[in-house]
Design a protein around this ligand. Structure first.
Ligand SMILES: [Zn+2]
Length: 62
C-alpha cells in the first residue's frame, strides 16, 4: 500500500463510533477526512484519508 488511507470495515454501529471518535479528536497534522461507503452486504467501509505528508500517519505505520 502506497497511499495514506486507513481502512476500517465493520458493522454500522462500530463505524459510527469510530467516525465520532475521529470527529472528536481529528488528526492533529492533516485533519484527515473520513469517507464512508456501504457494500452490497450492508457492511460499512470507512476510509480515513490522511495527507501524503502527514507525519502522524507515518508514525502510526512505522
Ligand atoms: Zn493525518
Amino acid at each position: 500500500m502506497t497511499d495514506n488511507n486507513q481502512y476500517v470495515i465493520g458493522q454500522p454501529d462500530v463505524i459510527a463510533a469510530i467516525v465520532k471518535a475521529i470527529a472528536a479528536s481529528p488528526c492533529p497534522d492533516c485533519n484527515a477526512d473520513t469517507e464512508q461507503t456501504t457494500d452490497q452486504h450492508g457492511t460499512q467501509h470507512l476510509a480515513v484519508l490522511h495527507d501524503n505528508t502527514c507525519p502522524t500517519y507515518r508514525e502510526m505505520n512505522s
